[in-house]
Design a protein around this ligand. Sequence first.
Ligand code: THU
Length: 152
Amino acid sequence: MTDPHPRERELIAAARDAARRAHAPYSRFAVGAALLLTDGSVVTGANVENASYGLSLCAETVAVAIASSAGRLADIVAVAVIGGAMDAASHATGSAPVGPCGRCRQVLNEAAQMGGRDLLVICAAAEGEAVDRYALSALLPHAFGPADLGIG
Ligand code: THU
């Protein structure tokens, strides 16, 4: 998965825009995620932290929950993720791509298996041009999923 998806730049831009709406006053690390759906529409999310730190929600998980709540869990084909330390204006910074955490990989896997497809995971930097591209199945090999419970 090394060729850019035709919507890649748009998805990265949407993830960067979503990160502007992160609620991350504790880590000061803003993350944005943009999901591409089968009909071409885009669903975004940003991390939502909590004063009880362990309750914080990752951007990818928020985005998947929004898509699922719209009845679109099985329609996700790609996700772009960006993240970086916030500057004084609360904008994400940094030139290194950020990948989904382990929990988010599992959350994305639920969407992938329910849709019967692998997902393209686009990991981009908050600033600059650096991009890494993966199949979700490469980031979470031998995944446990709905099929193991006879679902999907
Ligand atoms: N975070 C995400 O939103 N997604 C990830 O995949 C990794 C981490 C958030 C959680 C927390 O709000 C901040 O980044 C620092 O860990």
